[in-house]
Design a protein around this ligand. Structure first.
Ligand code: AKB
Length: 325
């Protein structure tokens, strides 16, 4: 397959945690007018709205996707619209519909329009209790126990299918928990690792919905955005994998995160009140082997626990001080 150049980009789920920051970076790199941000219901913030085009679409309704693809001459899609793990357990049918039927609409539209490239995010949720939990290998058992996880396994397989059968250049990453300070995440199991920063800055205390010794793989948003775009720009001749790259930057327990935050906010305290999300976290890896991504497209994260924590606190403290002024 010869690698084509990207022209106009569609980002679905652009109002969400990753989509909002990804859109801004794509606009910076490829031009504001060349990146169409889309969402389903949530109103976009001013930065997103003022910096380039925005449309409401619903990926479960194919015509709404086809309409904007046609209107904006789209040839690359980042399909960031998804229902995450915790909401997926509360609303399994919605999760299936968005993550499977919605993704199918994206793939079919991309195939019919002979698009250059499609990004389909996957997740550490593809793994399950039968998978080795430490340094989880690239090739291993994929038997998730959540609706979200099983839609993500199907998404990886669907992407590989379109690549092999139709020559559609589909790429994807198994994201760990993503930590960020711009748009809060919604409905995930790893959300505690973001909420804790907001609560530490605003209230100096947090009640965590997983236990203190829960360890999960995580990544700071700048690394997530860089990794996503780097994979999309990677030379295809180097890629042996396509839709299922393991990726990580750090692993820590909630207790270790609390200790790190206390280095900056000594009075911060954390209580623990585990709920149904504990079982989800317990079925996921503690750490990930991402050597294949490092080999095939040069993945290398910049942030570790201390540098991520400092950056998060600096950004949030600055934001809340500006609000007070
Ligand atoms: C979630 O917790 O559901 C997501 C994920 C790890 O995919 N953040």
């Amino acid at each position: 397959m010869v690698q084509k150049r990207m022209k106009n980009i569609l980002v679905t789920g652009a109002v969400g945690q990753i989509g909002s920051e990804l859109t801004m970076e794509l606009r910076k790199r490829y031009g504001n007018d060349n990146v169409l941000a889309t969402g389903r219901k949530t109103k976009p913030n001013k930065t997103l709205l003022d910096s380039g085009p925005f449309e409401f679409i619903d990926i479960t309704v194919r015509e709404t996707v086809e309409k904007v693809v046609d209107e904006y001459d789209i040839d690359t899609i980042y399909n960031m619209a998804a229902i995450l793990s915790a909401v997926g357990e509360e609303k399994p049918l919605l999760c299936w519909n968005v993550n499977i039927n919605g993704l199918y609409n994206i793939m079919e539209t991309a195939h019919e329009c002979e698009m250059t490239r499609v990004f389909v995010p996957s997740s550490i949720a593809v793994f399950g209790p039968e998978t080795p939990r430490d340094n989880t290998p690239q090739e291993t058992v994929l038997k998730p126990k959540t609706m979200y996880g099983l839609t993500k396994v199907a998404g990886e397989l669907l992407g590989d299918y379109y690549f092999k059968r139709f020559n559609l250049d589909v790429r994807g990453i198994r994201y760990p928990g993503i930590i960020s300070s711009e748009t809060p995440p919604g409905g995930g199991t790893t959300d505690y690792a973001v909420e804790i920063f907001y609560e530490a800055v605003n209230n100096k205390k947090y009640t965590c919905f997983v236990k203190e010794d829960t360890v999960l793989p995580m990544m700071h948003m700048p690394d997530c955005i860089k990794g996503t775009i780097d994979l999309m720009e990677a030379d295809i001749s180097r890629l042996k994998h396509h839709c299922d790259f393991n990726l990580t930057a750090m692993s820590f327990s909630v207790g270790q995160l609390v200790d790190e935050i206390r280095k900056h906010i000594p009075e911060f305290t954390c209580n623990y009140k585990p709920d149904f999300r504990q079982a989800i976290a317990d079925s996921w890896p503690r750490s990930i082997d991402d050597s294949v991504a490092r080999e095939e497209w040069g993945w290398k994260p910049e942030y570790d626990l201390p540098t991520m924590t400092k950056d998060m606190l600096d950004k949030l403290i600055k934001r809340y001080e500006e609000v007070k002024l």
